[in-house]
Design a protein around this ligand. Structure first.
Ligand code: GLC
Length: 545
C-alpha cells in the first residue's frame, strides 16, 4: 500500500464531524417484495439519503446468517445473506453510495459467530479434545458428571451463558445459544478477522462499526462471576470483570487498526463499547486503536439540563484528552426510540415499561418535542452524530406489538420478562397508504401500525413543520455553521437552560424549564414553534446566528 495511507497528516478524518445514518437493512426498504428490506431497496433510496444530507451510512450485519439475532449471528463473514441480496449488489451499493458522496460503514461481529458457521459445525462434530474446538470456549462442566455449567455466567439475553453439547461439554455464548463466543486467544481467530477486514476494505468499505467491542476477551481461569458482577454485567462493573472490558482487548484492536491503516482514503473503526466510565472508554480511543466510539450516555440521561450538561462536559474532556472526536447517539436498533423514551417521566425504566408499564404515563407529544430538541442539541455539539433510521420521521417506539410477532431472541430467552427490541425495528413507512406504506409489496416481516401512514416520507416531505424537514434543515445548517471547529463555550442562562457557543459564533440554546425564555440574535433554526413574542418555549432548541 502507498505510504500516504498511513501518513496521518494526509488521512481524510471525515468521521470526526460526520453525521452517520444507521440502516437497519431488514427494515429500511424491500426491493424484491418478500417483506424483508434488502440491498436493492437501499440502493433505490440512496437519493433520499443524499437529499437528507447524511455523510455516511452504517449498515447493520448483512452477511449470510440464520437471523437468530437479526444477523448478529454470522455464518459467513464474506458473503451476503440471500434475503438481502448478493455480494455483487453489495459492491454496487458501495460504488453508488460513493457517487452520491455517502461513505459506507459495515458491521463487524467478532465476539461470536453463528452456530451455523463452518468453524462451529466442525467443533461440534469433532471429538472432545480436538483442536478445532479451541476456536470457541468449549469446556467440561462442573458438579457430578459435569452436569453443571463451567461458571455461573449469565447471557445478556437471559438464562445461562453456557449450553451443553450432546457429548457432555459446554460452550459459552454471552448472547443467544445460536451465537457461540469465539476464543480470542486463538491465533486463527485473530488472523481470520484481519482477513475479513481486508476482504471488505478491498471492496471499498469506509470502515466498520465493531459489535460488542467491550467483549471478546474472557478471563482464562473462568472464575464464577459474583452476584454484583452478574447484575452489573456490562455496566459500572468492577476492574477485572471476567468477560467485559478486559485489558486484553486492546492488543487485538491494535492489530485491526494496523490493517485499516494499510488502506488509503481514511478508513475508520467505531466501537460499540458499553463502557460507561469515560476514563475506561478513552482507552479504546488511543491513537492506535479505535477512531471513535459510540457514546451512549446521553441516551440513558434524564431529560434535565444538569444531566445533559454533565455528560457533555465529561465526554468532551475525557475524549478530547486522548485526541478523539466525541460521538452522540440518541437512538439505535437496541433501545426504545427517543421520542417515546423522552415522553416518559424522568426515572422511568423504559426497558421495563415496554413490557407491562402503565401506557397512560406516556406523553407522546412532549416526547416528540424533546426528541427534536435533543437531536438539534447533539447536532450542534463538536464531534460526530449517529442517527437511527426513522428518527428523521419522528417515529415512536411501536410499544404494542403483539407478542406472537416478536422476533427478538430476548423475548423467549428472558422467559417473557423483557419484550425485546422489535418495537424500534418496525419497517419504515415511505408512502401514506398501501399495504406496507411503501416499504415493499409484501406483508412486512413485522406489522406496521396505521399511525405510520401520516408519518411516512411522502407525508412529511415538503411540510415545513415536519420532523423530516427539521432534520434536513438541521443537517444543512450544521454543514454551513457547525462543523468548522471542535471548540465549545458554555453560556450561563440559568439552571434549566443549556446553552453554548461554537467557534463560528453560532449559539445553541435548549430550554428544559417550564417557562419560555427570551432570545436575542438571528434564529437559524428552531426545533419547534417559538412563542408569539419570539421566546423559546419549554422542550425546544434553537440555533442562533
Ligand atoms: C450488539 C448489537 C445487538 C446484538 C448484540 C449481539 O449489542 O447491537 O443488536 O444483539 O450485539 O451481537
Amino acid at each position: 500500500m502507498t505510504s500516504s495511507a498511513t501518513d496521518s497528516s494526509t488521512v481524510d478524518r471525515w468521521w470526526r464531524t460526520a453525521v452517520v445514518y444507521q440502516v437497519y437493512i431488514r427494515s429500511f426498504a424491500d426491493g424484491n417484495g418478500d417483506g424483508t428490506g434488502d440491498i436493492a431497496g437501499l440502493r433505490s433510496r440512496l437519493p433520499f439519503l443524499r437529499d437528507l444530507g447524511v455523510d455516511a451510512i452504517w449498515i447493520n450485519p448483512w452477511y449470510r446468517s440464520p437471523l437468530a439475532d437479526g444477523g448478529y449471528d454470522v455464518a459467513d463473514y464474506r458473503d451476503i445473506d440471500p434475503q438481502y441480496g448478493t455480494l455483487d449488489q453489495a459492491e454496487a451499493l458501495i460504488t453508488e453510495a460513493h457517487e452520491h458522496g455517502i461513505k459506507v460503514i459495515g458491521d463487524l461481529v467478532p465476539n461470536h459467530t453463528s452456530d451455523q458457521h463452518v468453524w462451529f459445525a466442525e467443533a461440534v462434530a469433532a471429538p472432545i479434545g480436538d483442536p478445532s474446538r479451541e476456536r470457541y470456549h468449549i469446556r467440561p462442566g462442573t458438579g457430578p458428571d459435569g452436569a453443571e455449567p463451567p461458571t455461573d455466567w449469565r447471557s445478556v439475553f437471559g438464562g445461562p451463558a453456557w449450553t451443553r453439547l450432546d457429548d457432555g461439554e459446554w460452550y459459552l455464548h454471552l448472547f443467544a445459544p445460536e451465537q457461540p463466543d469465539l476464543n480470542w486467544d486463538h491465533p486463527e481467530v485473530r488472523s481470520e478477522f484481519c482477513d475479513v477486514l481486508r476482504f471488505w476494505m478491498e471492496r471499498d468499505l469506509d470502515g466498520f462499526r465493531v459489535d460488542v467491542a467491550h467483549g471478546l476477551v474472557k478471563d482464562p481461569t473462568f472464575p464464577d462471576a459474583n452476584e454484583a458482577q452478574r447484575l452489573l454485567a456490562g455496566s459500572e462493573g468492577r476492574e477485572n470483570h471476567p468477560f467485559w472490558d478486559r485489558d486484553g482487548i486492546h492488543p487485538i484492536v491494535r492489530e485491526w487498526r494496523a490493517v485499516l491503516d494499510e488502506y488509503p482514503g481514511g478508513r475508520m473503526l467505531v466501537a460499540e463499547a458499553w463502557v460507561p466510565r469515560p476514563e475506561r472508554l478513552a482507552l479504546y480511543l488511543r491513537p492506535d486503536e479505535y477512531h471513535q466510539s459510540f457514546n451512549f450516555n446521553l441516551l440513558e440521561a434524564a431529560w434535565e439540563a444538569g444531566d445533559y450538561r454533565r455528560i457533555i462536559a465529561e465526554t468532551l474532556e475525557v475524549q478530547g484528552g486522548v485526541g478523539a472526536a466525541p460521538t452522540w447517539v440518541m437512538s439505535n436498533h437496541d433501545v426504545v426510540r427517543h421520542p417515546t423514551r423522552l415522553g416518559l417521566p424522568n426515572g422511568t425504566d423504559w426497558r421495563a415499561w415496554l413490557l407491562d408499564g402503565d401506557r397512560s404515563i406516556l406523553d407522546a407529544e412532549a416526547g416528540l418535542a424533546r426528541a427534536r430538541a435533543a437531536t438539534m442539541l447533539t447536532l450542534a455539539l463538536p464531534g460526530g452524530t449517529y442517527l437511527y433510521q426513522g428518527e428523521e420521521l419522528g417515529l415512536p417506539e411501536v410499544h404494542d406489538l403483539p407478542t406472537d410477532v416478536l422476533d427478538d431472541p430476548v423475548w423467549e430467552r428472558s422467559d417473557h420478562q423483557a419484550k425485546g427490541r422489535d418495537g424500534c425495528r418496525v419497517p419504515l413507512p415511505w408512502t401514506t397508504d398501501g399495504p406496507s406504506f411503501g416499504f415493499g409489496d409484501a406483508e412486512p416481516w413485522l406489522p406496521m401500525p396505521d399511525s405510520f401512514g401520516p408519518l411516512s416520507v411522502d407525508a412529511q416531505r415538503g411540510d415545513s413543520d415536519s420532523t423530516l424537514t427539521l432534520y434536513t434543515e438541521a443537517l444543512r445548517v450544521r454543514r454551513e455553521h457547525l462543523v468548522t471547529d471542535e471548540a465549545l463555550t458554555w453560556l450561563d442562562l440559568g439552571d434549566d437552560v443549556l446553552a453554548f457557543e461554537r467557534g463560528s459564533g453560532v449559539r445553541c440554546v435548549v430550554n428544559f424549564g417550564t417557562e419560555p425564555i427570551a432570545l436575542d440574535g438571528e434564529v437559524l433554526l428552531a426545533s419547534g414553534p417559538l412563542t408569539a413574542d419570539g421566546g423559546l418555549p419549554t422542550d425546544t432548541t434553537v440555533w442562533l446566528g
